[in-house]
Design a protein around this ligand. Structure first.
Ligand code: ADP
Length: 218
């Protein structure tokens, strides 16, 4: 019942939000006044953030209800991951973060569910941006292993995660206490969701991190 309720309300929130974003986008593109553009940008950024949260909640409810299955298709992971990383470039510029994509291979063919796999990377990248200060470095890389597997890494040189918290961060609703008090936005479901998506792909996810040095999600 709880999952059903979450699914219903997130669904109900989505429609009006879409109807807010559309007209605001139109106003943004029509106006020439810089001050208005600035205000509309704020509206859009926050409306899109709300949209991401609602979509995440909806996905999570679906997952809880056992209604998520894998729709895998053959994909070149190099191009696929490169494209997602590219979509974070303007955020990287805004935060003065150096964002890089690395792959020794030009093509890595693999079966993935496009929607779910992009959510895994987007979640990890969003976290990297959230916890890396201005001037930092974020590197996304992929490599083939000898066991015919693929390693995907999202590495940052941000605030890092204390050892005693590392095993909890994949739990649902977990946020580190300092994140909660810093006023940083978040729900604590991002990594739990990413882990479920990884496992749906029959993979595994782990973290290596050192406070003050950075974090690597593999
Ligand atoms: P949230 O929505 O709060 O970001 P997540 O499940 O995505 O929830 O992350 C859980 C917690 O893991 C965060 O509150 C943060 O403490 C920690 N964390 C995740 N990614 C990073 C990272 N790249 N660097 C430092 N801490 C991180």
């Amino acid at each position: 019942l709880k999952s059903q309720f979450f699914a219903n309300i997130s669904h109900e929130f989505r429609t009006p939000l879409t109807l807010i974003i559309g007209p605001v986008e139109q106003l943004w593109s029509k106006t020439k006044r810089v001050a208005w553009k600035h205000q509309l940008n704020l509206v859009l950024r926050n409306a899109r953030y709300l949209q991401t949260l609602i979509n995440q909640l909806l996905d999570f409810a679906k997952l809880e209800a056992g209604g998520m299955s894998l729709r895998a298709q053959e994909t070149d992971l190099v191009q696929f991951v490169k494209r997602i990383v590219a979509s974070f470039m303007s955020l990287a510029e805004r935060q003065h973060i150096s964002l890089r994509f690395e792959s020794a291979e030009t093509v890595i063919s693999c079966y993935v569910d496009h929607d779910k796999f992009s959510k895994i990377i987007t979640n990890l990248l969003s976290n990297a941006f959230k916890f890396t200060p201005n001037g930092g470095v974020i590197v996304v890389s992929i490599e083939k292993t000898e066991q015919q597997k693929v390693n995907l890494r999202v590495e940052d040189n941000g605030i890092g995660i204390a050892k005693h918290q590392q095993y909890k961060i994949f739990d649902r609703f977990y946020q580190s206490p300092d994140v909660k008090t810093s006023g940083q936005l978040g729900t604590g479901i991002g990594l739990a969701f990413a882990k479920e998506m990884v496992e749906l792909h029959r993979g595994s996810i782990a973290v290596e991190s050192e406070p003050g040095v950075g974090s690597t999600f593999i």
